[in-house]
Design a protein around this ligand. Structure first.
Ligand SMILES: [Zn+2]
Length: 273
């Protein structure tokens, strides 16, 4: 039996280096005749956001690729039979010895920073907070646009920033070899974010969409214990400093220097492409 022993809350930013398109899905009503609207948070002025599930799904798939695992496709793989699949241990999955192993890292929905929201409001774009890009499919042989292939794709402009949050749950248990340690959780989370910084988020990555810079800038940690039938939650500064130091070592702490320079030289706002 495992027991929750620590919670580590990380906060950071996602900076869009290029326009981002995370689709609202086909079941949604088309907005303004757009073929591809972005997903919006209805209870937050309809602002575009990054669903935690999109972030987690992308990071998990990058990790699976890097480790050469295919968790959905290889359920009968011995690593899933004996519970040794590292990816399922961290991101949750079907491990044979634990019918439903919950994810140890929880990604919250990421909303625009107040500053980005304000900048985009000033821009007076056709649809709130976004730009619309008309795209044609290019015929590979003639090099010309194929007729009838013009599509209107909505995206969140480059330069926009989102606040994001990850909660890491560390469990401890004796005789539980399938439980990832705090270090393993941190390693895999960092590997995932580093891979994402070299990949893309959302759709149309092959056309240059969704390049991001992701970093952390705030950490909180708690130790959870239970004694005499009571749960005790205590702030844990030692764990907090440890995580901050490790994230710094991996270059994932604080705004990247190239973005600081970028910000100071271009104060006119986001730059729709
Ligand atoms: Zn797996």
């Amino acid at each position: 039996m495992t027991r929750l022993s620590k919670k580590i809350l990380l906060r950071g930013k996602i900076h869009l280096k290029t326009g981002l398109h995370i689709g609202a899905g086909k079941e949604r009503v088309k907005i303004g005749g757009l073929d591809n609207p972005v997903v919006r948070a209805l209870l937050r002025d309809g602002e575009p956001y990054i669903p935690g599930s999109s972030l987690k799904g992308k990071i998990r798939s990058l990790i699976e690729q890097a480790y050469g695992y295919d968790c959905m496709g290889q359920r009968n793989d011995p690593r899933h039979e004996n519970g040794s699949c590292k990816v399922c241990q961290v991101f949750g999955g079907v491990l044979a010895n634990q019918a439903n192993h919950a994810s140890r890292v929880i990604f919250r929905d990421a909303y625009m920073t107040a500053e980005s929201k304000r900048r985009l409001e000033i821009l007076d774009t056709p649809l709130p907070y976004t730009e619309v890009k008309a795209e044609t499919a290019i015929d590979r042989i003639t090099g010309r646009a194929r007729s009838g292939t013009l599509r209107q794709t909505e995206r969140v402009p480059a330069g926009t920033e989102f606040e994001f949050e990850v909660m890491v749950n560390v469990f401890k248990g004796e005789h539980e070899p399938s439980e990832p340690s705090e270090e393993e959780l941190r390693e895999m989370l960092c590997e995932g974010i580093s891979l994402l910084n070299k990949d893309y988020l959302g759709a149309s990555g092959s056309r240059g969409y969704g390049q991001v810079a992701v970093w952390f800038e705030e950490c909180q940690a708690w130790t959870i214990s239970s004694q005499n039938g009571k749960v005790d939650i205590k702030g844990d500064d030692e764990t907090k400093s440890k995580w901050e130091k490790e994230l710094q070592n991996k270059g994932l702490w604080g705004r990247p220097s190239e973005l600081i320079a970028d910000r100071e030289s271009k104060e006119q706002g986001s730059k729709p492409q």
